[in-house]
Design a protein around this ligand. Structure first.
Ligand code: ATR
Length: 274
């Protein structure tokens, strides 16, 4: 029987996960389909129960449901620490929750710089995305600094990590960028439709800095354009992270190796068409 997967969130209509996972199913000849379901926070519990009753095999969870969804699943330890899930697997009968966002970011960085251990990483933001990424990089032994507009949120996140500092977005922030190996934008700044917004400009960067933006729409954000202007050699857009978190969910659900090149291509094509 055809297996059904999907993504729940609100809004969810513009999610690229359906195109990405359906391309993977097609490539592997799997009898499966991936759909987008708009679910409000109030309906979340019913949606998870209903998905289980209907025999849905797996779900991704997106904004604004990632934190609340923890209450309706058995979550893996790291997802509990992060405080959010983006993946539910129903194959064992009980809904099991995972967070693959941080795995995606870690893999992107490993491909870009090799070993992450001891690298000085400056993460912009202290929301859900920053939490997921910082937990994985901290666990790898990176020296993480969390920089956030609301400094208290940065301090709170850093206090839950092994080897992390926190700062605000003021004067000390500029100096920190100069002393960093990797800069990650884990905020929504620069995302469509605010495409001219960036928290960091070219004059704050150095050419050996790796600049990684988790925003993928637009693919080339203002931050990445500024990095180009600064002569930065390693610039990474958000598409790969989207693909790798999806690939990690795919492995959990299907136990198959996903065709990541196909997934990346359909996502890039869809973003160019947009
Ligand atoms: P997500 O779960 O997607 O990470 P979130 O929890 O709402 O979303 O967090 C958004 C992050 O982007 C926060 O770190 C937020 O900073 P605050 O904690 O100070 O709110 C950051 N952010 C959003 N808009 C911003 C802006 N215009 N300038 C600076 N930081 C911004």
């Amino acid at each position: 029987m055809k297996k059904i997967y999907g993504i729940i969130g609100d809004p969810v209509a513009h999610s690229l996960s359906p195109v990405m996972h359906n391309a993977a199913f097609e490539k592997l000849g799997m009898d499966a389909v991936y759909l987008a379901f708009r679910v409000s926070k109030d309906e979340l519990e019913d949606a998870v129960r209903g998905a289980k009753s209907l025999g849905i095999s797996g779900l991704n969870v997106t904004i604004p449901l990632k934190e609340k969804a923890l209450f309706f699943v058995d979550a893996e330890e790291v997802a509990k620490k992060i405080g959010a899930i983006n993946t539910i697997d129903f194959s064992s009968g009980t809904p099991i929750g995972y967070n693959t966002d941080g795995i995606g970011a870690k893999k992107v960085l490993e491909e870009t710089v090799g070993e992450i251990k001891r690298k000085r990483v400056l993460i912009l933001g202290a929301g859900g995305a920053a939490r997921a990424i910082s937990f994985y990089l901290d666990a790898e032994g990176a020296r993480v600094t969390i920089a956030n507009r609301t400094k208290e949120r940065a301090a709170q996140l850093a206090s839950n990590l092994h080897n992390a500092k926190s700062i605000g977005l003021s004067a000390e922030f500029k100096k920190h960028i100069k002393d960093s190996d990797i800069l990650i934008n884990a905020t929504s700044v620069g995302m469509h439709p605010d495409e001219d917004a960036t928290l960091v400009n070219a004059d704050m960067m150095h050419p050996d800095l790796v600049v990684f933006d988790i925003v993928y729409n637009p693919m080339e954000t203002k931050l990445l354009r500024e990095a180009k202007r600064a002569g930065v050699k390693k610039i990474v857009d958000g598409v790969k992270m989207l693909v790798y978190q999806g690939a990690a969910s795919f492995r959990i659900w299907t136990k198959e190796e996903p065709p990541v090149e196909v997934m990346e291509k359909v996502v890039r094509d869809a973003l160019i068409r947009d």
